[in-house]
Design a protein around this ligand. Sequence first.
Ligand code: MSP
Length: 654
Amino acid sequence: MSCNKSYITTPIYYVNDIAHIGHAYTTIIADTLARYARLIGEDTYFLTGTDEHGQKIEESAKSRGREPQEYADEISKKFRDLWDNFDISYDKFIRTTDAEHKKGVQKAFSTMYKNGDIYKDTYQGHYCISCETFFPELQLVDGEFCPDCGKSTSVVEEESYFFRLSDYEDKLLEWYRDNPNCILPKSKRNEVIRFVEGGLTDLSITRTSFDWGVKLPSEFNEPKHVMYVWLDALMNYVTALGYGTDDKDMDYWPARVHLIGKDILRFHAIYWPAFLMSLDLPLPKHIGAHGWWTRNGEKMSKSKGNVVNPKEVADAYGLESFRYFMLREVPFGGDGDFSQRALMDRINSDLGNDLGNLLNRLIGMSGKYFEGRVESDLVSTYYQDELDEVQDSLDKLEPFIFELQLHRFLEELWRPLTVANRAIDKYQPWTMIKEGKTDETMALNGLIATILAKVSLMLHAVMPKTTSTIAEALGFEITPENFTRYIRNGEQLSSFTIEKREPLFPRIEEELLVDERLETLKKEKEAEEKKAKESKKKVTTTTEGVTLIGIDQFFQTSLKIGTVVKAEEVKKSKKLLLLQVDIGEENNRQVVAGIKEWYSAQELVGTQVCVVANLKPAKLMGMKSEGMLLAAKDVDGLCLIRPEKPKIDGTPIA
Ligand code: MSP
């Protein structure tokens, strides 16, 4: 299944959400494939990016009082920063708001039109904004709700351009049948076939009900129409290569694999190939649809507050362990439940015991018997059976990668490690050395080192840093040339000297929640910062540099005692509380105070505070604030200034 050019893509992520482990999962699989393809010498192009148009994003921006472009810039950057932080080896990060992309989409629209695949009509249908999809009435749940996400749909009637999807039914079915691996896993292909056999209706591909999208090409003279977001989004896979502009990288097309989640299979396996056929472009080789990650068996959602943040998991357990876990834990295509217990078990057992400990054993044995020297010349003399068994396993591995069976790939890759650990237990180097079998003992170390080297090369795409560390310890580098030598040609490692080093995967003893682990790290960091600050500056008590004011100026500020009568948290804000304070006036004052880190809403109700009562009202997160509370903040945090004894509300402070 090998080819010289490998174009690998992730979906482009919507900019109305922050990244969670589902997004990280798709990206990590794609990154692994891209790294593997590069290591075996393929000319690889790896694309990821963000999907920024559409009604959903326009509304998200509006609800935050932001312009869509500015809002998209911010969230897109967050995705990009996360992938950079995760060392994702993408070659291009595309944004659907890029000028070249927009040109490419317009070019595609004109071409499809010229090819007779687009016509104008009126659309009446039930639209789900959340999924950016129309649904026939029959598919709605209880006649109203979206069959995919369960949210309420709205009836939309508008003038629209249509794509003749129905004309492609037979051609699509032919493609699925002639290419049994075009959709992976294969079970998903059957689902798609059944769906298409049920009949396809033409697809509405422009909208007039909102603005935030790619405009139609000028020759259409349709200023009210913008492109349907899925037409816009899917085109990213070719516009990134220069389709519609300079065609610069179009020789990477067709994609070797589009990695996606199962929820967006229909768009990729039906619409996308039909669009490509209309454009006379070749079809992707594979579309790989993975399953969903849940949390304690439940779908992750912001409203449930059970979203797993990939950065937190990676910070708490290590990025590469997290990568290994995600790929090893769940068969591709199946759903997986995220649990820290499972993650820790994988780290302690597969990574710590089987892999990390093998390196320790090698360091220990070669240090004790040969001052760190490891030689492999006699490995085949004494351990040919083990070498054969290892090579046999390695030879079977590659298809698993490109058939996207990464869990099987990793499972099989652990066999050589078992061979190595078993060989130590079986031949007992500590006995051999006592019996004077120096050559056999050295050759055993050579066998272990050779196995570790081969496993590192194969594992590199999943755990790039860890395997480079192992390679460094074993005196070689992970390169395509060495991949050919040690994996393809079955060579043994050259001689080298190994030094003592820290264990790769220190055992994790307790089950700690990510939050707790992070909390501990945060506290340690804060304590350090506090110490550093304290040693640097004591609170300055001189009046030097302070502007002196007269008493009149002081009395221009109206300070009053008040009682908090109501307090609530401001949703989506880490800092703000919304308070109603009685300061003896007819109406309570609404105060938005940045004190949530130090006070809960509950504990404030009924307590007295000091209010600056003649401030100009201001807006914070869209809420009016009509005053300010007096407070003092030092390195230990913030405390409110309160009267020593209860005072009547409205009592002036002077
Ligand atoms: N913008 C579209 C894709 C357009 S591609 C031309 C989109 N974006 S998304 O941000 O909502 O989702 C991106 C990917 O994340 C999808 O592949 C989706 O399946 C995946 N996941 C989102 N939640 C997930 C889980 N809980 N678990 C696993 N993956 C999930 O769809």
